[in-house]
Design a protein around this ligand. Sequence first.
Ligand SMILES: Cc1cc2nc3c(=O)[nH]c(=O)nc-3n(C[C@H](O)[C@H](O)[C@H](O)COP(=O)(O)OP(=O)(O)OC[C@H]3O[C@@H](n4cnc5c(N)ncnc54)[C@H](O)[C@@H]3O)c2cc1C
Length: 505
Amino acid sequence: MGWAAPWGPWASPLVRSGNSSASSRSPGVMLTRDRYPVQRLPFSVVSEDDLAALERIVPGRVITDPEELEAPNVDWLRTVRGSSQVLLRPRTTQEVAHVLRYCHERNLAVSPQGGNTGMVGGSTPVFDEIILSTALMNQVISFQDMSGVLVCQAGCVLEELSQYVEERGFVMPLDLGAKGSCHIGGNVATNAGGLRFLRYGSLRGTVLGLEAVLADGTVLNCLTSLRKDNTGYDLKQLFIGSEGTLGVITAVSILCPPRPSAVSVAFLGCPGFAEVLQTFSTCRQLLGEILSAFEFMDAECMQLVGRHLRLASPVQESPFYVLIETSGSEAGHDAEKLSSFLEQVQGSGLVTDGTLATDQRRIQALWALRERISEALSRDGYVYKYDLSLPLDRLYDLVGDLRTRLGPSAKHVVGYGHLGDGNLHLNVTAEAFCESLLGALEPYVYEWTARQQGSVSAEHGLGFKKRDVAGYSKAPEALRLMRQLKALLDPRGILNPYKTLPAHA
Ligand SMILES: Cc1cc2nc3c(=O)[nH]c(=O)nc-3n(C[C@H](O)[C@H](O)[C@H](O)COP(=O)(O)OP(=O)(O)OC[C@H]3O[C@@H](n4cnc5c(N)ncnc54)[C@H](O)[C@@H]3O)c2cc1C
C-alpha cells in the first residue's frame, strides 16, 4: 500500500453536491394522502380572493402554474407528494409576516420550504397547504472579519455561503451532501448535522441568533451576534430543529470558524466493522485535535455508487471503507501525525488498503464517494431510510440483522454514516414501495433502536414520515410539552400541520 501514490481510475466527471431535484427525474409519485392514513384538518381552502390578497403582499411572486408547482410538491426522495396549488416567494421578513398574518386570520395552512432536500417529508405539503419558499430570501446581511459571525437571510444556499466565507478566510461550521441546494434556514429548521459535526458540533452551539416569524405574523427578533447572552430562556433553541412547525426562520446569525490551512483526506479499506471501530479509536488518540471527520460506508454502498454514478473506488475492494479528514493550521505537523497514524493502522492490520489526498481536486473526489451515497441509493429504487443514533459498539449490528430478516424482499440493505458522531444511516432499497416490506421494517427498526437507548432520528428530524415514532426516543411528558409549546406559538396549527408532532396523543 503506497499512501501518496496510487490513484484509482475515476470513470466520470466529479460532481461534488447531491443537488439533483425531484423535478429532473421521472414523475409518478403517489399522493401522500393516498399512501398514508392521514385526514385533512379543517383549514380553509385558498379562494380567488385569497390569491388576490396574497398577490398584493408578494406582487408577481404568487405561483399557481401547475407545472411550476410539480417539483415543490414532491420531496427529494420522491416518497411523498402534496397537492398544493399555491407557492409564495417572499423576499423580506416583512412580507413573510404579512403572509402569515393573513393566513392566520383566514385559517390557511402553510408549509415552509427551503431547498426541499429534507429526508423525512417535512418540506412538502401533505394536502393543499400553501408552500412558503425562502428561495428569494438569499442575501448576506453582514459578516464580521474579526469574529467570523455571518448574518444572512434564511434562503441563502449553504454552498454559496461556504464560498462567501471561505473567500474571507473562514468556513461554515456545517457541510452536507445537499449543500448545493439546501438553505441555511432549512439547515437550522432541521438542526442538520452533517460532515463537520465531529469538529464544530451542533448548530445548537454555532447558531448565535435567529429571526423568526410566528404563525400570527409576529416577528421575533433574536438575531444577536453575541457569543454569550444569558438573559433568560434561550428562545432561538425552540426554532432550531422545529421543522417549520413553530415559526418561519427568516434570518440567521452563525459563528464561522477560521478556515484550516491544511486539509488532508485518507480513504481506507477495513476488513471488518471491529477494525473500523479500532481505526476510529486509534485515530482519536493519534490525530487528536486535527481530526475533523470520520465517516464510514460498507461494501454495498461502494457498489451502488459505482453502479449508479460510475464513481470508482480508489482502493482495493473491502468490506468497509472509512473516510478520515484532518484539518489544521500547519501542513508539516499534520502530515507527521497522519503518517504515524497510517503506519500504525496499516501495521496492525486494521486497514488493508488506502489512499491519501492533500490537494483540493482529489479531496473532493474522495468526499464525493461518501457524499453521493444518498443519490446512488435514490437511483436504485424506492428507499426506506433510517437515520439512527446508536452506541458505537452496536452501530452496524442492525444492518446484518436486517439482511437476514428481509432476505430477497429487499434489493439492498446498506449502512453508512457519521461514525464519529455515532450516527448510522440505514437504508433499504426495493424496486417500488411495498407495504409488506415496510411491515417487516417497522416497528422492528424502532424497537431495536429503543432497546439500545438510541435515537430514531439522529439528524434528519421527524417531518411527516417519522412523527409517529418520536415516542421510541422521547418520554411522554416531553412529547406533551412539545404539544403545549406548539399550541402556545401556533394556536390554530397552521404551520406545517401533520409534521413533527405525533398524530395521536
Ligand atoms: C444528498 C443529501 C445529503 C444529505 N446529508 C445530510 C447530512 O449529512 N446531515 C443532515 O442532517 N441532513 C442531510 N440531508 C438532509 C437535508 O439536506 C437537511 O435536512 C437540510 O438541512 C434541509 O435543508 P433544506 O433547505 O433543503 O430544507 P427543506 O427540505 O426545504 O425543509 C426541511 C424542513 O425544514 C422546514 N423549513 C425549511 N426552511 C425553513 C425556514 N426558513 N423556517 C422554518 N422552517 C423551515 C421545512 O418545513 C421542513 O420541515 C441530506 C440530504 C440530501 C439530499
